[in-house]
Structures are given as structure tokens and as C-alpha cells.
Design a protein around this ligand. Structure first.
Ligand SMILES: N[C@@H](CCC(=O)N[C@@H](CS)C(=O)NCC(=O)O)C(=O)O
Length: 208
């Protein structure tokens, strides 16, 4: 892979944060390219040529480009297996790793986003309350799972922790974790990692 990796993003909290954090964990040099959301740069033909969905994150490796935040993270983690973010194909942890990763990338992502949307982007108290009810059962399962564990999978930090960590920062910004103390403790432990700190994601929690 030709480096540095180019990463297109809007803001420190968007889904590019997962890619930034993953790259930092892997020690990969990144060139960040800010896409102006307010000006609608992502809707313009020049950006749509790069990503027809008009979304971030997008990475360019020099050889290819790629979208879908969690797919990008998995791609990078698999390129650097020694970092331990991804278990080997034959590892007994693989099934659990995939299950948690996809839970975070799909159901949890979609539900958390609605909370963020109705709290921060398009504030609406009733819709926010409904969105919190919808995400709560998933958070409760995670709360129980993480009661006596430091990480989602096995006993070491892996990619699903990055994706969940980013969701928990968003939910924290929305004050939606009051009933989930284990998740708050887990998120704050993740935030102590040097790469997490360097990503700028967790600093947002200090600003609220
Ligand atoms: N499933 C995609 C979702 C990407 C996505 O929705 N990105 C948001 C920012 S976090 C975006 O670009 N929104 C602009 C839009 O959809 O108009 C991923 O994980 O990369």
C-alpha cells in the first residue's frame, strides 16, 4: 500500500473517527482532507466522482479508494495483523469478533445515529426520546456483557472496541448513557489509549 493514506472527513466526531483511530493504533501516516459539509462539498460532482454516495469517510491509498468506515478499518487492520486488532481466520475468537463488529457497524450504528440526529443535528425532544428507547435494549446487552470484561472480544483490545468506543462518545455527547455506568467506564478506559487520545474524538466529551 502506498502511504500516506488520504482520509476524507467532515468533523472529529463523524464516522471517519473510527478510521483515524484505527490508523493511529496501527501507526499509519494519515493525510486528512476536510470536506466542507456546510457548503455541501460532498454533494458536488467532484466529490461524487470519488464517492457516488456523497458520504465520508473515504480513503485513498494511492492504489485504490474505499468507502464504508468499518470495512476500511477491517481492511487496514487485516493489512497489519501483528497489531492484534483482528484475530486470525482460524482463531476461536473470530466468530465473536465478527458478531460484535457487525452489531456495532449495523444495528448499533443506525440506532445511535438517530439519537445523535435528534439531539444534536435536528433537535426534537419527542423523536430523541423514541430514539433512546430504540437503542436502549442494545446498550443494555452491552452493559451486561462489559460488566466484568475490559474488552468486547476475548481479553484484548480489538477493532470492535474502536467502533463501539466511537458510538459511545456520540451517545455521551447526547447525554444518553446515564443508565449505563459500565459502558461509560469502558469508554473512558478506551479513551486513555494514546491512539484514542490522539484521534481527538474523546476530547469532544470535555467540551460538553
Ligand atoms: N455506512 C457508512 C455511513 C457513512 C455516513 O453516513 N457518513 C455520514 C457522515 S458520518 C455522511 O457522509 N453523511 C452525509 C450524507 O449522507 O449526506 C459508513 O460507515 O461509512
Amino acid at each position: 500500500m502506498n502511504l500516506p493514506l488520504k482520509l476524507y472527513s467532515f468533523a472529529p466526531f463523524d464516522r471517519a473517527a473510527r478510521v483515524r483511530w484505527t490508523a493511529l493504533e496501527l501507526g499509519l501516516p494519515l493525510e486528512e482532507i476536510a470536506v466542507d459539509y456546510v457548503a455541501g462539498e460532498h454533494t458536488q460532482p467532484a466529490y461524487r466522482q470519488k464517492n457516488p454516495f456523497g458520504q465520508v469517510p473515504l480513503i485513498e491509498t494511492g492504489q485504490s479508494s474505499m468507502t464504508q468506515s468499518v470495512a476500511i478499518c477491517q481492511f487496514l487492520a487485516e493489512q497489519h495483523p501483528a497489531a492484534g486488532l483482528v484475530p486470525a481466520l482460524t482463531s476461536p475468537l473470530r466468530a465473536s469478533w465478527l458478531s460484535w463488529l457487525f452489531l456495532c457497524a449495523s444495528d448499533l450504528d443506525a440506532r445511535s445515529f438517530q439519537v445523535f440526529n435528534y439531539t444534536r443535528l435536528r433537535p426534537d425532544a419527542d423523536k430523541r426520546a423514541d430514539a433512546i428507547k430504540v437503542v436502549a435494549p442494545l446498550l443494555q446487552v452491552l452493559e451486561t456483557h462489559l460488566a466484568d470484561r475490559d474488552y468486547l472480544v476475548g481479553d484484548s483490545f480489538m477493532l470492535p472496541d474502536i467502533v463501539l468506543g466511537q458510538e459511545l462518545v456520540l451517545l455521551g455527547l447526547c447525554k444518553a448513557l446515564e443508565e449505563f455506568p459500565n459502558l461509560v467506564r469502558y469508554r473512558d478506559r478506551l479513551g486513555d489509549r494514546p491512539a484514542a487520545r490522539a484521534s481527538g474524538l474523546f476530547a469532544l466529551l470535555q467540551q460538553t
